[in-house]
Write a new protein. Sequence first.
Length: 231
Amino acid sequence: MGNVVMAIGAHIIDAELTSGMLLAKHAMAGDKIVTVALTAGERLSNRGGMSCEEFREMNIASAAAFAKALGGENFVFDVPDGELFASKEIELKLARLMREQKVTHVLYHWRNSRHKDHEQASVISRYAAYYAALKAMDIDGLQPATIKRKLYAENFEDAIGYEPFYFFDVTKAFPVWKEAIMNFYAARNSSVRYVRYYEALAMEHGNLIGTDYATTFTVDECRRRVVQEYL
């Protein structure tokens, strides 16, 4: 298909959980997928006795394994977990990566969240995509990215005001995602049963559109319009 789909999370496993099924579908269709974690998520409360640094290294390896399973690439920023803040510096760093990767679609956190890092990641991703596509802005001589669509992903920690707008049938991609997501320690050991939650959510959404599994995304309210010529 020729698209480059980038999914951005505040922490490692955020994007893989919320956007992973759609990433798998696009990978199966021949698109390139890119995952970005703005922090390594090394301060997870349940680390199984590992130090933050040990957990960080393991998480980074798991994120790389997930991306590899989908034939894509993975990037992890060197920002301490819990200390993510929007700034022009990090927005331009992400925008540069978008241009380098020739990104066409961006998936990222919904703007409202109970988690500080998630809210900051949403702001960073939104402005990075703006800078990446802005023809009048020079970023190290790189060509502007042709970003066709930016969508907010569904995350149980980002549920405040989130309303599904786009439904994607991911039935065929689901087994690929399910196998790849098990690379993560948090998918196998966390007290929060992430995989079960997102699997059940995908089944619920699939039921609404007549498929086995579906995943949803949304856009800002001002962009929720459907243009039709006739009934």
